[in-house]
Design a protein around this ligand. Structure first.
Ligand code: GLU
Length: 492
């Protein structure tokens, strides 16, 4: 049997971590089985539908570079893949259930349903009171044909239980009397509800495995009842562990970014995000963290999923991102970070494109920060001193521990002596030169470097000093040192 699975989002919100996790697990499972991964848009909730969310879905998956085999944008043999384009089908199947006596017309007005809801709430129960269930079928058909507004409801077989085996959670059993009482399948506007459309489409699209978040588990008995009502074999279900925040509550905006858009904006790399999300609720090799998508696809197995909910750890994701940043070449990293540099106005005003030299300098500066950043958005802030003259810090900033102003001026003058050669040396050569100089002067290496660093980069903590002097060149470095000496001597 061919494995076919799907990601079936409702475009009622931005793509977020939970959704991506479901999509990715479906993708990996299909790949691991040589099967097909399908995208289906479940857009039957017209009040919450927004085309912007559809666009966000496509943009997100484009950015992640995660591709489906069949879907609304690329078509496929089981299309259309958008539920609002399949309305006649749902009507046909709802009517089939009417004919079989597995469903019935309901003529209750929304006002009456509201009254029922309130009354039931007071009695600590919920759902429909099944009033129309017993209207004789011929009479109901006549009323519908006469134009009376109606919905079609599923006739849940009462006094029985529904059982299914979840691939992860094992045997699940629900008493039918506890299942949502006779839910609507087809609404009065002709749109199907989630339950009908989901089951009909999974069947017609040949879905063999339904991998979805555990929040859908409570709908599954109802879906199984629907499959049986049609006389169909249900697919295999696997409800994925929930994704929680560190406090054990469902991951939400309270915990931090959840929309993929936001991670993108902050400068996370899609590979890092996918790698981290792939390990939410699954474990592979002990002690191994970094996996390519291909590796994950080879290793993925439903047997490796954890039952317990997964905890989303922002720090761990940051770590992953840092790892992926280090794997980029300088050119790749500069290209990825460029939009952030432009937005931050690194080369002039915000949005300024910068000259060819600016861009070349930006690329050349990547080795200075590659080991030191966790996301792209941090990069411009760390490199500002290379592109704009930093203000000269106050004298106190220059003074090494246990030193004083007079000594510091002397140290910086020594630094000035070697600045020109330093600009032409590689790190090893530069290191040797400063060591030798510190020795002849009888000063500590750190003490020699501190005032020089503050003068050249404008801060006590900065990217590597030698690389900075090299990139700035002798002339600009000297000018900064002189400006600093000016400030220091005024203090004396
Ligand atoms: N449309 C549902 C959602 O928004 C699909 C749930 C399922 O996978 O069955 O997630």
């Amino acid at each position: 049997m061919e494995v076919r699975d799907r990601y079936a989002p409702s475009p009622t919100g931005l793509q977020h971590i939970g959704g991506i996790r479901t999509a990715l697990f479906n993708y990996l499972f299909a790949r691991s089985q040589g099967g097909k991964f399908i995208l289906r848009l479940e857009d039957t909730d017209r009040t919450r539908f927004d085309q912007a969310f559809v666009q966000n879905l496509y943009d997100t998956f484009d950015w992640l570079d995660l591709k489906w085999d069949e879907g609304p944008d690329i078509g496929g043999p089981a299309g259309p893949y958008i539920q609002s384009e399949r309305l006649p089908l749902y009507r046909k199947y709802a009517e089939e259930l009417l004919e079989k006596g597995e469903a019935y017309y309901c003529f209750c007005s929304s006002r009456r349903l509201e009254e029922v809801r309130k009354a039931r709430e007071e009695a600590h129960s919920s759902g429909y009171d099944r009033r129309c269930r017993d209207i004789p079928a011929a009479e109901a058909a006549r009323r519908a044909a006469d134009g009376e507004p109606y919905t079609i409801r599923l006739k849940i077989p009462l006094g029985q239980s529904t059982r299914f085996t979840d691939r992860l959670l094992g045997d699940v059993e629900w008493k039918n009397d506890d299942v949502n009482p006779d839910p609507v399948l087809l609404k009065s506007d002709g749109f199907p509800t989630y339950h009908l459309a989901n089951v009909v489409d999974d069947r017609l699209m040949g879905i063999s495995h339904v991998l979805r978040a555990q929040e859908w588990l409570s709908s599954t008995p109802l879906h199984v009842i629907l499959y049986r009502a049609f006389g169909w074999e249900p697919p295999e279900f696997c409800h994925l562990p929930m994704v929680m925040g560190q406090d054990g509550k469902k991951l939400s905006k309270r915990h931090g970014a959840t929309s993929i858009d936001e991670f993108h904006r902050q400068g996370y790399l899609p590979q890092a995000l996918l790698n981290y999300v792939a390990l939410l609720g699954a474990s592979y090799e002990e002690g191994k963290d970094i996996y390519t998508l291909e590796e994950l696809a080879r290793k993925f197995s439903l047997d490796k999923l954890n039952k317990a909910s997964a905890v989303f750890d922002y720090k761990k994701l940051e770590w992953y991102n840092g790892q992926y940043i280090r794997m980029k070449t300088d050119e790749e990293l500069a290209a990825l970070a460029l939009p952030y540099a432009l937005e931050a106005g690194l080369f002039g005003q915000a949005g300024s494109e910068g000259s060819a030299e600016d861009r070349a300098a930006f690329t050349a500066a990547m080795p200075l920060i590659k080991e030191r950043v966790s996301f792209l958005g941090e990069i411009p802030g760390k490199l500002g001193y290379l592109f704009k003259e930093p203000p000269v810090p106050a004298a106190a900033e220059f003074i090494p521990r246990k030193s004083d102003l007079t000594q510091t001026i002397k140290l910086l003058k020594t630094g000035r002596d070697i600045a020109v050669p330093l600009a032409g040396l590689n790190d090893t050569e530069a290191e040797a030169l400063v060591k030798q100089r510190a020795e002849t002067e009888g000063v500590k290496l750190g003490d020699l470097l501190m005032p020089l660093r503050v003068a050249v980069t404008g801060a006590r903590v900065s990217p590597p000093l030698f690389g900075s002097i090299r990139l700035l060149g002798a002339e600009r470095s000297l000018a900064r040192i002189d400006a600093a000496l000016g400030v220091l001597s005024k203090e004396q």
